[in-house]
Design a protein around this ligand. Structure first.
Ligand SMILES: [Fe+2]
Ligand SMILES: [Fe+2]
Length: 169
């Protein structure tokens, strides 16, 4: 279902997610599984993504790839998968997880900072001692980057940003 290079990325995400989970006494097996499943819908055709996860906003409609998190959740639910922690991590990995979902945060951080990406090393390092801090750095950097270029930020990402910046940034 996913391309070969994607599978290498998926494995790196799953392994890093598990390491971050272990550092914070989270459920490592569940976190690893969420990492393995996070891009389950990433290589589906756009029409399929739109069918599985109808757009919630103009950004979704203009960039169906942004739907692959929600679409992945729908796909897993259709296959009978029901663990809400894993489903939430899959769903939220594209637009960003809320800080009260640590397994989803571990997967999100791993997705943006796994070594194969060659970026965000600071975020990866920070995640081992301060998971929320790493999320703040990742989300704030993303929002500020997009806003600085006049690019619209996904409403779900803005919700996460607001949840984080009520007391920081
Ligand atoms: Fe993804
Ligand atoms: Fe990914």
């Amino acid at each position: 279902m996913v391309h070969a290079e994607r599978f290498d990325h998926i494995l790196r995400v799953a392994r890093l997610s598990r390491e971050i989970a272990a550092a914070h006494q989270l459920d490592t097996g569940r976190t690893y599984l969420a990492g393995i499943l996070h891009d389950i819908a990433r290589d589906l055709p756009e029409e399929e993504l739109l069918r599985l996860a109808p757009p919630e906003c103009a950004i979704d409609a203009d960039h169906p790839l942004a739907l692959h998190g929600r679409a992945g959740r729908v796909l897993l639910e259709r296959w009978g998968y029901s663990d809400p922690v894993v489903l939430t991590a899959v769903e939220q990995h594209t637009t960003g997880p809320l800080p009260d979902q640590p397994v989803a945060v571990a997967v999100y951080i791993s997705d943006v900072s796994e070594p194969g990406r060659g970026v965000n090393e600071e975020i990866r390092r920070l995640a081992f001692c301060d998971l929320r801090g790493a999320l703040e750095l990742a989300i704030c950097s993303k929002v500020h980057y997009l806003q600085g270029r006049g690019i619209s930020v996904h409403p779900r990402t803005m919700s996460v940003y607001r949840a984080l910046t009520e007391r920081t940034c």
